[in-house]
Design a protein around this ligand. Structure first.
Ligand code: HEM
Length: 528
């Protein structure tokens, strides 16, 4: 096994135990019986019929019949690779997470890149968000940074996620992907969702069609928390910055590439790693002391907002290198199960209502995607430290736990693990004071939907602005209902009137002021 930068990679060693090669081996059944004829089924007479007794035929076909598992409900199309994260600057002042404090420490990782909306067989070059999910196999347990290549998200509250995904996925009656047909449902939803406008600016920009997976950024999106040994808290935003720089293709190129090679990104990543041209990212953090939580003109808990780098610079603290392709796509890239709730001491969640909903969603979906509560035992999902608890049984249980008892408290002993103190690495949630009335309402601090959309649009160069305008014109020209186009143009007017007029003119609609019964509009909302 060659992990190149790391001689003693504990994850690679662990996977090795579960790996096998069929080179120079004889064909066997799943029971280890050598097979003498793999060309013909067992028949009564030369011309049949086939016999039910033929366990070799039955086993082969039965296994084949069950080869497929459900694709991910989102992020179905993915490419993965193994690698190493190396810490180049200690964050001990901010977090007690060991892989971020011990200078020079190397932590094995598996990264899965994905598109969000398309099915498993869709094109790599879709105009879409890209997933950038990183599993750090740390000595304190798995830490997953389930990131995207855009720093903000469409919605502020997890309760809207199924609606967003239903709007972007193929329409329920004909199952035709929206890229190939009408775009009505997606743009209908978006035009009614002012909070999505910042993300829409990113999505319509060149960022949405990367040149290569090796040339895109990664963002944790939510604010998370760092907690140091003394219990001091900082908010943190995570960033990956590609050493090759950020590069995209133009829409016309994307369409051409999709026609010729819809696996363009997958192939590019695979070949680069095979050729020893290992992709690398600088890993950086934006750190905000807990006491500065309210010093911004947006809410740090709002996932539709960035923390501008001019206000809080990104500090580079490590390097992520991908240096080995998977041995088996299904066993590794498909079966890996990321979860933003996989954290370790020194890292904690914030009350971002999108993040809070994600914390429920991932294990829940993986139970149906991977089919058993024991999916943490699949080799790619195992932590490099050993797992000890009183969970038992369930479909496909692999671990053979010895001993008589599996409960706690326990005076009998005989196999029962006991909880760890903090000094022994036991995880404790940050003690945070919370108070308030139970309420189903959006915080007023989440209400400004346009300032950062404007900021992003204004940060674009002239050619980038033209691309963004053309993307909106192209996408909205596929919307069949004029009222949806008009409503979206109305949204654009709050970002940039020139942009709204240009798009409206090409679409043949008017720029009209929107009325939002339940939304407060920004101070400059009378711009039309
Ligand atoms: C995958 C739910 C928001 C990044 C998934 C999956 C679900 C899901 C169900 C499929 C997981 C699997 O089958 O293993 C949600 C919900 C969200 C949300 C409910 C909001 C409430 C986000 C955000 C990000 C993100 C904000 C980025 C920061 C990803 C990535 C994957 C993924 C990268 C693919 C992981 C992989 O490669 O296996 N999400 N998601 N999601 N999500 Fe989310």
């Amino acid at each position: 096994m060659n992990m190149n930068t790391n001689e003693h990679n504990k994850k690679a060693e662990q996977l090795d135990v579960h790996s096998t090669s069929n080179d120079n081996e004889k064909l066997t059944t799943n029971q280890g019986l050598k097979i003498n004829n793999n060309q013909d089924s067992l028949k009564a007479g030369e011309r049949g019929p086939s016999l039910l007794e033929d366990f070799i035929l039955r086993e082969k076909i039965t296994h084949f019949d069950h080869e497929r598992i459900p694709e991910r409900v989102v992020h179905a199309r993915g490419s993965g690779a193994h690698g190493i994260f190396k810490l180049t600057k200690s964050l001990a002042e901010y977090t007690k997470a060991k892989f971020l404090t011990e200078l020079g420490k190397e932590t094995p990782v598996f990264v899965r890149f994905s598109t969000v909306a398309g099915s498993k067989g869709s094109t790599d070059l879709a105009r879409d968000v890209r997933g950038f999910a990183v599993k750090f196999y740390t000595e304190e347990g798995n830490y997953d940074l389930v990131a995207n290549n855009m720093p903000v998200f469409f919605i502020q509250d997890a309760i809207k996620f199924p609606d967003l995904v239903h709007a972007v996925k193929p329409e329920p009656d004909n199952e035709i992907p929206q890229a190939a047909s009408a775009h009505d449902t997606f743009w209908d939803f978006i035009s009614l969702m002012p909070e999505s406008m910042h993300m829409i600016m990113w999505l319509m920009s060149d960022r949405a069609i990367p040149r290569s997976l090796r040339m895109m950024e990664g963002f944790g999106v939510h604010s998370f928390k760092f907690i140091n040994e003394a219990g001091k808290v900082h908010f943190v935003k995570f960033h990956f910055k590609p050493r090759l720089g950020v590069h995209s293709v133009a829409w016309s190129e994307a369409q051409m590439i999709s026609g010729v090679d819809s696996d363009f990104h997958k192939r590019d990543l695979w070949e680069a790693i095979e050729n020893g041209d290992y992709p690398e990212w600088d890993f950086g953090v934006q750190l905000i002391p807990e006491e500065d939580e309210h010093k911004f003109d947006f809410d740090l808990l709002d996932p539709t907002k960035i923390v501008p780098e001019e206000e809080v610079p990104v500090e580079i603290v490590g390097t992520l290198t991908l240096n080995r392709n998977p041995d088996n796509f299904f066993a590794e890239t498909e079966q890996i199960a990321f979860h933003p709730g996989h954290i370790i001491p020194g890292i904690d969640f914030t009350n971002d209502p999108l993040l809070q909903g994600r914390l429920f969603s991932y294990t829940d979906t993986q139970l149906s995607r991977l089919g058993s509560p024991n999916f943490h035992e699949i080799p790619i999902n195992r932590s490099i430290n050993t797992v000890h608890n009183n969970q038992r049984d369930g479909h496909m249980r692999q671990q053979i736990v010895k001993g008589k008892s599996s409960y706690e408290p326990n005076s009998i002993g005989g196999g029962c693990p006991f909880q760890a103190m903090m000094s022994e690495g036991g995880f404790t949630s940050q003690q945070e004071r919370v108070s308030g009335v139970k309420i189903r309402e959006r915080s007023k601090s989440f209400v400004d939907h346009y300032s950062q959309a404007k900021l992003f649009y204004n940060s674009q160069s002239a050619p980038e602005k033209t691309h963004l305008q053309n993307a909106l014109i192209f996408e909205l020209s596929k919307v069949t209902r004029p009222e949806i186009r008009e409503r979206l143009v109305g949204q654009l007017a709050y970002i940039d009137t020139d942009l709204a007029w240009k798009v409206a003119e090409k679409l043949g609609v008017e720029v009209k002021k929107l009325e939002w019964p339940n939304q407060s509009l920004p101070a400059d909302s009378n711009i039309i």
